[in-house]
Design a protein around this ligand. Structure first.
Ligand code: FFO
Length: 826
């Protein structure tokens, strides 16, 4: 057998130790784990982590990571001492809004397969007798949550990994990364170079410094967070022995940004109630020297307790837990953890130096799951769990700026326990990226939400008067208060105008990549499921798969020249993927052209009437067929027009350079007046695309799904002449072999709008979850797409759970609108 790669893991905290364990479990035995601090208590975040594992999260991936952490840590020990104590988790509500939100959260738990109950106040007190019955309205109980003993788990995992050949070495500071020919070759330390084929930085909040050694941006911010231990709490005396430590569930009091855990006869209190406290790492003691002092009560990642910040916390704690009145704060510290711009962890390989990976900004809660995913990436080339929300390359360039990382990460700290609507926009920083149409959009009263740093209109207040003109069938029903947030009935008017007249949509934020050069065709042939060797002017909707047939992305590829392609992509991950896959012989150039260009979607039955007077070019059905592109002039503006529409209407995506954008908007706008043109936003857009059955990658499908399950088998050309990634995997698949399907549901009552991530019940049992949802204005009822067992065929009755109530829905034949393609091909 050939030797496995030499791996150096930097950081012997809970992530590094888990990774060594996962790698050696897969037979990779040449693993060295280095840490700047002493072993096993290294002094990083793991060494002081309070250890509360609440599994449930809006993200399916994060919940899966947490569930694996629970399962794994529950199965290990150190000489009989536990690494996971499954005391359960309880989140209490002190306000009706929180109680409602706990119902919503219970929905996530059900969707992701975690057992849970929303319980009344009496049951909360039975579960956690210290809680004041009169202060709470109820709670969410998750019996499989519990306490992780992270520092002990590190010992257990290290022992297991060492038994399989791994080596752990403390007090060794990494001072540089050795590289040659664009690959890592080793890790430099004061004692010499440790050779490596792969380096994985699990350095936690020190990660930025390590990333900088290979020129890699690591968008995380170290923040301090307060944690304190009470003295003895009389009501806890005699409940636990020193070994078991705890028997009460871990407790969250999110209305006050607090959490609690037991330790024998004391309580630990964690607080997010204070101002964010960014940490300047240069002020911390450096590891790697023998005099680095690391003890349980003092280490580089523990800053002095700021008592004044804790005073209101103590007061609130005594209100919720009156037993604390006969106790006091014994010790406390401000512990350093990593925060990121969107709260997700950072996983991935450097774009420039092959073999340099990071796995950082990972909570103990998700540590085993993240480590397993990284081990799968390294050993198998792919993770079984979708990682797009964790990929370090998910950020746009502007989001990597230190100012952005600092501001957004601090905001995430402040909002960590807030009840957040899925559309809730960040308030700052805003206006980072605006399209050339921004001033016009403002004049029309656009209501902007932010995405990828872009300001994106969701609807235009200028269309408010149209709501009164809506024909009865188009008048949207009232929404409940939650679904009504960040929504307006104006979206109905914009959808109506799109289907009956014409609308302009700002498609500028749609990621555009230019792939050119003599090797461009071959690269795209290899990376996509479609036939790319078509005539100049062809546009193809296609999929990028991974080796296992999972959907990495769905793309449009326009052949604008023999060696020139324009890709419509889903985000930065597509760019990263293309760049990594491109040959390095200079035969292919890949550029992100998004920022220097812009795009208007001009769609609706009157779209042709709008352009007719503006151009000498032929925009008739024959002149520019469905899924064809051509260069033209519209009102004198040089454009590339593509005949396709994510909203399912006649018309074009019209591209031009950024400087010409404003003029393009103005000429279309002026010519459109007599045809009833409106500007329309993303609220209408999302509704229309769901009516047409168009999937949104990252929401409806990911690498966890194959094309046939996702209803995208039509985009796979199994017989294509060139080989493509994933071909072997999809060879045996078809629409008949699937066991689950992305299904279209319509809601029976015609009015209850859901938002996504809700569980779906078939025959009264949880069977799937909602991926995308919207009110379908054309069909006059709400739509939800959901993953369901293949046995749930068209006509099957199901129920969607929304804030604890079951909403009847029915599996519908899709698409709901224009199944015969008469609108699009007209
Ligand atoms: N690229 C462009 N130019 N426009 C887009 O809206 C998008 N997307 C993503 C990423 N790339 C894009 C792709 N999603 C269709 C469906 C989903 C899309 C894009 C297009 C579509 O028109 N589907 C037709 C294809 C028919 C055919 O293959 O001939 C269909 O399913 O009938 C926006 O998110």
């Amino acid at each position: 057998m050939s030797a496995t790669p030499r791996v150096v893991v930097i950081g012997a905290g809970i992530v590094g130790a888990n990774l060594a364990d996962e790698l050696t479990a897969r037979g990779w035995d040449r693993v060295t784990v280095l840490d700047q601090g002493p072993l096993p208590l290294t002094g990083g975040s793991t060494s002081h982590a309070p250890g509360l594992v609440f599994q449930t999260n809006a993200s399916r991936t994060m919940t899966a990571f947490a569930s694996y952490t629970v399962e794994k840590l529950a199965g290990i020990d150190v000489d009989g001492a536990w690494c996971f104590n499954q005391v359960g988790g309880l989140e209490v509500a002190t306000t009706p809004e929180r109680l409602a939100d706990l119902h919503r959260k219970q929905g996530w738990a059900t969707s992701w397969g975690v057992e849970s109950q929303v319980v009344d106040a009496d049951e909360c007190v039975r579960l956690h007798p210290l809680v004041d019955r009169d202060r709470i309205l109820g709670g969410l109980h998750i019996p499989t949550d519990g306490l992780a003993k992270a520092s002990r788990a590190v010992v257990a995992l290290a022992r297991r990994a060492e038994a399989r050949g791994a080596r752990f070495q403390g007090s060794t500071r990494v001072t540089g990364i050795e590289q040659a020919g664009g690959r890592v070759t080793g890790v430099r330390t004061p004692d010499g170079v440790v050779p490596a084929d792969i380096v994985v930085s699990c350095a936690g909040f020190w990660g930025q410094e390590l990333g900088a050694m290979v020129g890699m941006d690591v968008p995380l911010l170290p923040l301090a967070h307060q944690f304190a231990w009470t003295g003895q709490v009389p009501d806890l005396v005699g409940r636990n022995d020193e070994l078991s430590e705890a028997s009460l569930p871990i407790l969250r009091h999110q209305d006050q940004d607090l959490y609690y855990r037991e330790r024998v006869d004391r309580l630990g209190i964690g607080s997010y109630a204070h101002r964010p406290m960014p940490v300047d790492l240069r002020e911390l003691p450096q590891g790697g020297s023998d005099d680095t002092d690391v003890r349980e009560s003092s280490m580089p990642s523990m800053l002095p307790f700021t008592e004044e910040d804790f005073a209101p916390v103590w007061e609130q704690s005594q209100l919720l837990l009156p037993s604390l009145r006969s106790s006091k704060i014994d010790t406390g510290f401000n512990g350093i953890f990593s925060f990121t711009p969107d709260g997700g962890p950072l996983i991935g390989e450097s774009a420039d130096v092959a073999g340099f990976w990071i796995a950082e900004a990972v909570w103990v809660t998700h540590s085993a799951g993240v480590a397993r995913a990284v081990a799968q990436l390294l050993v198998d080339g792919r993770s079984e769990i979708d990682l797009h929300g964790c990929d370090v390359h998910r950020f746009e360039d502007v989001q990597l700026a230190p100012e952005y990382v600092s501001e957004t990460s601090q905001q995430n700290f402040v909002e960590i326990y807030d009840v957040l609507h899925p559309l809730q926009p960040r308030l700052s920083p805003r206006d980072l990226r605006v399209s050339p149409f921004h001033a016009r959009q403002q004049e029309l009263g656009a209501v902007f939400l932010e995405g990828g740093g872009w300001e994106r209109p969701h609807w235009y207040e200028a269309n408010a008067a149209l709501v009164d003109e809506l024909p009865a069938a188009w008048v949207p029903p009232e929404r409940d208060a939650w679904a009504a947030q960040f929504w307006s009935p104006i979206a109905a008017a914009e959808a109506w105008k799109t289907r009956t007249a014409v609308a302009v949509y700002d498609m500028t934020p749609l990621k555009r990549l230019e792939v050119s050069g003599p090797g461009a065709l071959a690269l795209l042939q290899r990376l996509t499921t479609g036939e790319m060797d078509k005539s100049v002017g062809a546009v193809t909707y296609t999929l990028a798969l991974d080796e296992a047939g999972g959907i990495r992305s769905d793309l449009t590829v326009a052949r604008l020249g023999e060696q020139l392609f324009q890709i419509g992509a889903n985000g930065p991950l597509d760019l990263d993927h293309l760049r990594r896959q491109a040959p390095d012989d200079g035969s292919v150039q890949i550029r992100d052209t998004t920022g220097g260009t812009c795009c208007i979607g001009l769609w609706g039955p009157r779209a042709r009437d709008v352009v007719r007077g503006l151009t000498a070019d032929d925009f008739s059905d024959d002149g520019l067929k469905y899924f064809r592109a051509k260069r033209a002039r519209i009102g004198g503006v040089p454009v590339t027009a593509m005949r396709l529409s994510y909203v399912g209407e006649l018309g074009w995506e019209i591209y031009t350079s950024a400087d010409n954008g404003r003029r393009l908007w103005d000429v279309l706008w002026a010519a459109g007046q007599e045809h009833g043109i409106v500007a329309a936003g993303r609220a209408a857009f999302n509704s229309l695309r769901l009516e047409k059955g168009y999937r949104a990658w990252g929401h409806d499908m990911t690498t966890e799904h194959d094309p046939y399950e996702a209803g995208l088998g039509f985009a796979v050309r199994k017989q294509k002449k060139d080989d493509f990634v994933g071909r072997e995997a999809v060879a045996w698949m078809s629409g008949d072999t699937v066991s689950r399907r992305l299904s279209c549901l319509t809601i029976d009552d015609g009015r209850s709008v859901v938002l996504g991530h809700e569980p779906v019940f078939v025959d009264g049992r949880p069977a799937g979850y909602v991926t995308s949802a919207a009110f379908g204005h054309t069909v006059g009822r709400p739509i939800a797409y959901a993953w369901l067992p293949a046995s749930a065929t068209v006509g099957t009755s199901v129920e969607i759970e929304y804030f604890g109530t079951r909403i009847p829905a029915t599996v519908a034949a899709e698409p709901l609108v224009d199944p015969d393609m008469t609108r699009l091909r007209g």
